[in-house]
Design a protein around this ligand. Structure first.
Ligand code: SF4
Ligand code: SF4
Length: 211
């Protein structure tokens, strides 16, 4: 049985990780954290997180990128902003969580088969491709990527919803999709966005429009 490493070493750190977080809007005050723990005490979900918000901020500023990006914490964050409101150092914990989510998707570092990041990525891809989300296709895609056994158990419900017209198989699309892609491609975090949207754009032969 392989030994599980519990001690963290200097070599495990990414010395540029904290600098990168601070360079993204909302992460500027990362190193100001005094580890008071008010964020964890306020967070309604810290009980379910593998690292409380205080611990996550500490790991992030010390450069433990792997632990941070593969944590469940960033995906369990419900963006309620309670931690941000209480932080005595005005650290934008919620914004940092969003930054880390984008990076985790970019690096494919999120917990495998955990539905929330898979849903976020596939939702984004669908909006990028069609301009709209088709719930049926999104749900099928999500179940097949995360838990196909559950997909089988939900088939009856899905068929009933389609029979009564509540869900449809037909993908809808907006007009002038290329304009939407241009807007998405110009957003902050474009580079991270393009790592997964790029292949779709290539497929659609419209990557040039994002330059
Ligand atoms: S409340 Fe702010 S200063 Fe206190 S531990 Fe959380 S992030 Fe750090
Ligand atoms: S924004 Fe996220 S981390 Fe902060 S208190 Fe709410 S759920 Fe917890």
């Amino acid at each position: 049985m392989p030994l599980q490493q519990t001690i963290k070493y200097e070599a495990d750190r990414d010395p540029h990780f904290a600098d990168w977080i601070q360079s993204v809007a909302g992460g500027e005050n990362l190193r100001q954290c005094i580890q008071c723990g008010l964020c964890s005490a306020t967070c309604p979900l810290s009980l379910y997180m593998d690292y409380t918000p205080r611990r996550l901020i500490n790991l992030a500023r010390e450069g433990f990128k792997k632990e941070v990006l593969s944590s469940f914490t960033i995906w369990l964050c419900a963006s309620c902003y309670a931690c941000r409101a209480e932080c005595p150092k005005q650290i934008k914990v919620t914004d940092i969580m969003y930054t880390l989510k984008r990076r985790a998707i970019q690096e494919n570092a999120f917990p495998k088969r955990f539905p929330i990041p898979v849903l976020a990525r596939e939702f984004g891809k669908m909006v990028f491709t069609f301009g709209r989300v088709n719930e049926t296709l999104l749900v099928i895609d999500l179940f097949l990527r995360t838990n196909w056994l559950r997909f089988l158990s939900m088939t009856g419900l899905g068929l009933n919803l389609m029979r009564t017209g509540r869900m449809s198989f037909l993908p809808e699309s907006i007009k002038r999709r290329e304009e939407l892609r241009k807007i998405l491609g110009s957003l902050e975090g474009k580079d991270e966005f393009l790592t997964w949207a790029g292949p779709v754009a290539k497929l659609l032969d419209e990557k040039e429009m994002l330059k």
